[in-house]
Design a protein around this ligand. Structure first.
Ligand SMILES: [Mn+2]
Length: 320
């Protein structure tokens, strides 16, 4: 049946008639959207809006994540023929109303205006009653997104997968930096630090701002099942925002990123942990730091697309 459909379905990004259901368009052709969802600015009845933020002007090293949303959309085209593996048949694409809301538009030459543009973008989606899964973009984008979430929900529990804490001291609130935004998020009261955790860390930062750390070594030594259990214990029933920096993965699994660090998570460890977080109260999330120019095999975008799909599962699982 699916093969027959592949002969007739095309450009589902524009032609699909419902925001629910799997898709059988040929993987290698057609207009791209995330998971072959329909592009739409109409959020009535929509559960989840996938949106891209192609911004990479706050990086400390290699750029390129402005091309991340496109690459993740392309990689996601392979994940829409069947329900995601390992979720007992649960299929967020069929259960939830999901659209690709497209990318944030912003003036690349007016960087100081970017944060407010992104806050307004996410605020508008949240006000319409949908949640967001955002495709980055560099990691700075999490700060404006968190501001919009905190406006609506109050301080959120942050579950951050990352090689870096990104809580380095930076009291100049006008600086736009992808290594200090969680310092600012804590200072601004956007994060419930008691219920937050950073996973996969393998760079030194003595001050975690009170956020719990599960470093990469601990994940390797204790394993992903125990780690997921520890994460669930920390967040409890809190409202969770998940930020997944693809550099949480080892450069062997995600070479296409700006600030790679060895000794990272395997993609299998990440897959097990995300699945085992089923039941957390996820409000929204982002996948950031996928840099296609350094992603010579496309593996990093594939990982990013899988992470985003797992976020759809986590969001829907609790509400199924
Ligand atoms: Mn990082």
């Amino acid at each position: 049946m699916a093969l027959e459909d592949a002969k007739t379905q095309v450009d589902q990004a524009f032609t699909r008639e419902t925001s629910h259901g799997l898709s059988y368009e040929n993987t290698f052709g057609g207009a791209l959207s995330f998971a072959r969802r329909r592009y739409s600015k109409d959020l009535s009845g929509v559960d989840l809006a996938i949106t891209g933020v192609p911004f990479d002007q706050s990086v400390t090293n290699r750029p390129g994540t402005r091309l991340g949303p496109r690459a993740i959309r392309e990689a996601s085209a392979l994940q829409v023929f069947d329900p995601p593996y390992g979720w007992d048949g649960y299929d967020p694409l069929s259960s939830l109303s999901i659209v690709d809301y497209g990318d944030l538009a912003f003036d690349y030459a007016k960087i100081s205006e970017f944060p407010e543009a992104l806050i307004a973008h996410v605020r508008g989606i949240l006000e319409a009653g949908a949640a967001t899964i955002t495709l980055g973009g560099d990691h700075y984008i999490s700060l404006p997104i968190l501001k919009a979430y905190a406006e609506k929900f109050g301080p959120v529990a942050l579950v951050q997968f990352d090689a870096h804490s990104d809580t380095w001291v930076d009291d100049d609130m006008g600086r736009i930096d992808h290594g200090t935004m969680f310092y600012k998020a804590v200072k601004l009261g956007l994060i419930d630090v008691e219920r937050s955790v950073q996973v996969g860390i393998r760079t030194v930062n003595p001050d975690t701002m009170g956020i719990a750390t599960i470093d990469a070594r601990e994940v390797h030594l204790k394993g992903p099942v125990n780690t997921a259990s520890k994460i669930r214990d920390i967040v409890g029933n809190s409202q969770v925002y998940m930020s997944f920096d693809i550099d949480a993965l080892d450069p062997a699994f995600a070479p296409g990123t700006g600030t790679p660090v060895w000794g990272g998570l395997t993609s299998a460890q990440a897959a097990i942990m995300l699945r085992d977080l089923a039941g957390i109260n996820l409000l929204g999330g982002d996948v950031v730091e996928v840099s296609p120019p350094f992603d010579t095999t496309g593996a990093t975008a594939i990982a990013g697309a899988h992470v985003a799909m797992e976020m759809l599962c986590l969001w829907g699982w609790t509400r199924r």
